[in-house]
Design a protein around this ligand. Structure first.
Ligand code: NAD
Length: 367
């Protein structure tokens, strides 16, 4: 008897159900060839949970997710829930899931497939294949914040009035555990780690830098470089193919990962993983949202979700299945199949514009 995996599937809203269905079909087809059984349990979160239970993240979803081997999420949100109370907005489900599962590392690969080079806004993008490792549960988004009134004056005599503050704070433990993920990832790849910080200004960044250079001595094979975040924003555009693993704090990672996503050009192609301690199920999801404008029309690009499932399988130690899914996606692209979001200059290229269902069938045929 082969192995079994229990996957919690949270389709969410908008195109979520279409893309998770597509990705699970591909996973089941790939797994069955390797005598691996995939059991799925569908859970509600986001707008779908608000409609059913009045809250975006029912306890049952967190509990069942915790019991699974891994969680696949589509996307949450949409105009239907734009006017609900801020505390129960669909997006609250994302934060709740991350903190409920203790996921502290967000991993976003940025790969530009040769077939989709035209999608990149960069002229000659070269071969882009890097990963951003973002700390997810610390830093300024979780630090002490508040507002107060001040009668003090600025040097030019202006009265301060209302003051608002957010605090960036990191512990050695929080930094070391994310750095370890980055160095270990680099060991399995091209063996280069770039730490992005603002060590010329921030005390927290100086701690990141000191801990990262200490850790780099444990990984002598890994080339270690540091970049200030402002410079990193430029270098990502200037020399994207030179990066392998980029590791950074929550705030800088939030901004740089969106910049990096844009380099790839097509939001429908980028997967992500959020990981916690060993033994905790990871959460795998495309980086895009619920695309309400095309929901239910068989137009959604399911590749980002399929590639998220490939990341899931690699994290579970099933490298072969992961590579098979990735190769089938590549083969489908090179045989000309495209959803409308990744159809560019297609003159003379034998492009077949198809919907979600047909492109999923093509991937399964290419496994
Ligand atoms: P979006 O990513 O949903 O869509 C942006 C554009 O990209 C749209 O034109 C959409 O049609 C297109 N697009 C996105 N994914 C696609 C795919 N797989 N295939 C084809 N086209 C695709 O971003 P948005 O419009 O800003 O947000 C829509 C909703 O999604 C909002 O409610 C937002 O809060 C939510 N959202 C959720 C997540 C998440 O669940 N992780 C992330 C971002 C946004």
């Amino acid at each position: 008897m082969g192995k079994k995996y229990n996957i919690a599937v949270i389709p969410g809203d908008g195109i979520g159900p279409e893309i998770t269905t597509a990705a699970i079909e591909v996973l089941e087809a790939a797994a069955s060839r390797k005598d691996i059984e995939i059991f799925t349990k569908e859970l509600k979160a986001g707008g779908a949970a608000i409609d059913a239970f009045g809250i975006p993240l029912p306890q049952e979803t967190i509990d069942s997710a915790k019991e699974s081997d891994a969680v696949l999420l589509g996307a949450v949100g949409g105009p239907k829930w734009d006017k609900v109370e801020p505390e129960i907005r669909p997006e609250k489900a994302l934060l709740g899931l991350r903190s409920g599962l203790g996921l502290y590392a967000n991993i976003r690969p940025v790969i530009v497939f040769d077939e989709l080079k035209d999608a990149s806004p960069l002229k000659n993008p070269g071969h882009i294949d890097f990963i951003i490792v973002r700390e997810l549960t610390g830093g300024i988004y979780f630090g002490k914040n508040g507002t107060y009134q001040s009668g003090d004056k600025l040097p030019d005599g202006t009265v301060k009035g209302q003051v608002a503050f957010d605090t960036e704070s990191y512990s050695e433990g929080e930094i070391n555990r994310i750095l370890k993920i980055a160095f270990e990832l680099a060991m399995k790849r091209r063996k280069k780690v770039t730490l992005v910080d603002k060590a010329n200004v921030l005390v927290t960044s100086r701690m990141w830098r000191s801990l990262a250079s200490q850790m780099s001595s444990d990984y002598p094979e890994v080339e270690f470089e540091t970049l200030y975040v402002d410079n990193a924003a430029m270098q990502l555009i200037g020399r994207p193919s030179s990066f392998d693993v980029i590791v950074t704090s929550n705030l800088f990672g939030d901004i740089l990962s969106d910049e990096a996503g844009q380099i790839a050009g097509s939001i429908g192609m980028l997967p992500s993983a959020s990981l916690g301690a060993n033994g905790v199920p990871g959460l795998f999801e495309p980086i895009h949202g619920s695309a309400p404008d095309i929901a239910g029309q068989d137009k959604a690009n399911p590749f980002a979700t399929m590639l998220s499932v490939a990341m899931m399988m690699r994290t579970l130690g099933e490298d072969e299945i992961a590579s098979e899914i990735e190769n089938a996606v590549k083969k489908t692209l090179s045989s000309g199949f495209r959803t409308s979001d990744i159809t560019f200059d297609d003159e003379g290229k034998n492009i077949k514009l198809v919907g979600t269902k047909e492109i999923t069938k093509a991937v399964i045929d290419n496994l």
